[in-house]
Design a protein around this ligand. Structure first.
Ligand code: IPE
Ligand code: IPE
Ligand code: MG
Length: 240
């Protein structure tokens, strides 16, 4: 079972357009399914689920679509967080939160604080997130915290400790719905050794059954991390 599953939730717009509905209706449908999926992941024993909700590039979309997405985010924090907290979900938001309206920032911090002690699963929502932004802010944070050191002394673990996902394991399984096979500036550093699962299923239709298909696929992968299959088999035999 992967410890950390990350999902690029794509295909809301196409789901709606296929039904002659506005793109925003697809976002509403997509958001409505999140809670059940989070609970499904918790039940499966996944400890970290990161969802790509809004990228640094998504500001370029039409203003009404951006404001619908922001509205859904606020609504979500208001309505669903209570029941998610009851289910043991800890919320963490990664991304440049300072880019959001003050009211939304305040709600994010309140929801994070209210769920900080929950342990069933960490739901990490990537909002105004970009993988390049994350790496750059990590370098800047490291330098600010270590003013006496030069960047020549910066190590990979030190950089990782300054990423927005500092307290989380690296991504084991990266899923993208909606048929595209690209990363779109998601968790670039953290997905260095992730298994990549692409499905044509559009996000509003991606449910527990679809997630289980990805988990089954994941269980059949051999994660070599640069080694040979023989080495990996040897190591697993030693453990057993
Ligand atoms: C949702 O899917 C992803 C978000 C940016 C919220 P899209 O809105 O990208 O849907 P498609 O790709 O246009 O179908
Ligand atoms: C990626 O989806 C961002 C999110 C899912 C939030 P996009 O639909 O924005 O990605 P591109 O533009 O097709 O690469
Ligand atoms: Mg898309």
């Amino acid at each position: 079972m992967p410890q950390h599953v990350a999902i690029i939730m794509d295909g809301n717009g196409r789901w709606a357009q296929k039904r002659f509905m506005p793109r925003t209706a697809g976002h509403a449908k997509g958001a409505a399914g999140v809670k059940a999926l989070v609970e499904h992941c918790a039940k499966q024993g996944i400890k970290y689920l990161t969802l790509f909700a809004f990228s640094t590039e998504n500001w370029q979309r039409p203003a009404d679509e951006v404001s619908t997405l922001m509205g859904l985010f606020v609504q979500y924090l208001e309505k669903e967080m209570k029941s998610l907290a009851d289910a043991g979900v800890r919320l963490k938001v990664i991304g440049d939160v300072a880019g959001f309206a003050p009211e939304l920032q305040q709600r994010i911090h309140a929801a994070e604080a209210a769920t900080a002690s929950k342990t069933a699963i960490t739901l990490c929502v990537a909002a105004n997130y970009g993988g390049r932004w994350d790496v750059l802010q990590a370098v800047k944070n490291w330098q600010a915290a270590n003013p006496q050191q030069s960047v020549a002394e910066l190590t990979e673990p030190a950089l990782a400790q300054n990423l927005s996902t500092a307290d989380m394991p690296e991504v084991d399984l990266l899923i993208r719905t909606g048929g595209e096979q690209r990363i779109s500036n998601f968790l670039l550093w953290q997905s260095a050794y992730a298994e990549l699962y692409f499905t044509d299923v559009l996000w509003p239709e991606f449910d527990g059954i679809e997630l289980d298909k990805s988990l089954k696929w994941y269980s059949q992968r051999t994660r070599r991390f640069g080694k040979t299959t023989e080495q990996i088999v040897g190591e697993t035999e030693k453990v057993q």
